[in-house]
Structures are given as structure tokens and as C-alpha cells.
Design a protein around this ligand. Sequence first.
Ligand code: ADP
Length: 278
Amino acid sequence: MTRALVMHFGSAKRAAELKFYLESSENFEALSSVFNISSRFAGLQSLKCAIAGKNLFLRFSCSTGDAMGMNMVLKGVQNVMDFRQMDFPDVDVMGISGNFCSDKKPTPVNRIEGKGKSVVCEAVIKGDVVRKVLKTSVEALVKLNMLKNLTGSAMARALGGFNAHASNIVTAIYIATGQDPAQNVESSHCITMMEAVDDGKDLHVSVTMPSIEVGTVGGGTQLALQSACLNLLEVKGTNREAPESNQLSLMSALTAGQLVKSHMKYNRSNKDVSKVSS
Ligand code: ADP
């Protein structure tokens, strides 16, 4: 998870001095131990600085266990700020979220650097299946996808790679499993690619989603219905053996086709999901 604050200095030189300090590999260990002090699940991974005149933007990236982690990262950032305040009393922290994070906005930085989980899925669909089940051809699908990517590119650039189909699915899953639905904005960043393989017979499809923000503890995951849905996917709460693997299971369950199966079973039935025990 990432959080970026913005600081203002009396001169660009002072902003650069803090940038050099923070980016020096010699200082990383000290910074990460200060950052991690407020949670046993927080683990500072990297720190990226960008200067604009007298302003310094700091983008902290951190592992957050099974939580989505925005609050956890914020506490860590605050710890680092309190720590550096001694050497940089002239700094004016203008905002704890300086849009380099970037939260709930479609921005290229999330698409390029990633935020939350970055996922790439691929599949080869046999030509037979394309013809008999999808009732089209590999060539037609490749052409259409190329056209959509080309015509959509101006908008995609403006919005940071937004995919309307992904946003439907992500928002539905987020509401059902207690994630922050407003984060569907960057979580729906999606690049779909199609290519003919095996001498043009079969179709290679890949979906790249660089900034999916999910958690199985904290936030709305505690609500009764959302908790029931996480139980259905068998990923609720903390994974004791390997924190963070619940989030991967949550996404794997969805990519493994269980989304559609669950949809047919529960959405199209009269069963009261709220009665599923938590
Ligand atoms: P977020 O930071 O995603 O907004 P919260 O602050 O609401 O989430 O919840 C995270 C809280 O859950 C932290 O206080 C953290 O100590 C606690 N927690 C308990 N188990 C875990 C876990 N396995 N992974 C991450 N956080 C956990």
C-alpha cells in the first residue's frame, strides 16, 4: 500500500537535501524501523521522492499484512515525519496525501508503480473453444481488442488505463467483501491484451491489473454480510501462517471462475446469504 505526503520548504535546495537523505540506501534501515514501529504488520518497502520547485512529494510503499492498510501506512508516515522533524524544522507538511499516492483517483503513477496488489493473469483459449463456445474467430477477437485499445487510448491515457468492464466487477466484489468501493477507481486499472498464438490457431489473453487494493481484516470486512461473503471464499480474517496470502486467495478465487459460479448460486437463488454463519 502507498501513501504520499507533500512538503513545502523555503528553497528547492532544502527540499533536495531531504530527498537525498531519504533516498540514500544507508538511511533506509533507520527509516524503516521508525516507520514500522506502530504496527507489527507494517513493513516499509520503498520510498520514492519527486521534487517540484520548493515542494517535495514522498511516496511510501509498505506491506500491510492482511489489511488493505491505508491507516497503517499513514501511521508509519507520521512516525517518519516526527523523526525527521528534528533535522528539518523548516519543513511545512502541506498535506498527508499529496496525490502521488494516489488514492481514489485514476492516475498513471498507480498504473506504472502499482498500489495494493499488482496482478497479471494469462490464458490460452483453444481455437475450437473460440469458434464453438464464443462463436467468433481468433482473428476477429485480436482485431477488435486492438481497435478498442487504440480508440480507447486517449481516454485511457487521461484516466490512467481505466477499464469499464473491470470497474463493474471490482465494484461489485468490493461492496460484497467489505472493501472501500471508492477505491474501485484505481483498482479497476486494467490492460487487456489478445494475441494469436500457435500459428494463429489459438488465442492468448492477458489481463494486467496493477493496483488492486484489498484486505481481509479491518475496514468493512467486519460487517455481517461482508464477513459472510469472505467466509464463503474461505479468506476471512488473518492468515496465521502467511499474512497477506488471504488477499491472494481472495483474488485467486475470483480469477479461478468462482465469481461466476457464486453469482449463479447465490444471486440467482432465494437463499438468504446473511444467514451464512460468520
Ligand atoms: P486499514 O489500515 O486497512 O484501514 P484498519 O486500520 O481498519 O485497516 O485495520 C488494520 C488493523 O488490524 C490494525 O490495527 C492491525 O494491527 C490489525 N490486524 C490484525 N490482524 C492483522 C493482519 N493479519 N494483518 C494486518 N492487520 C492486522
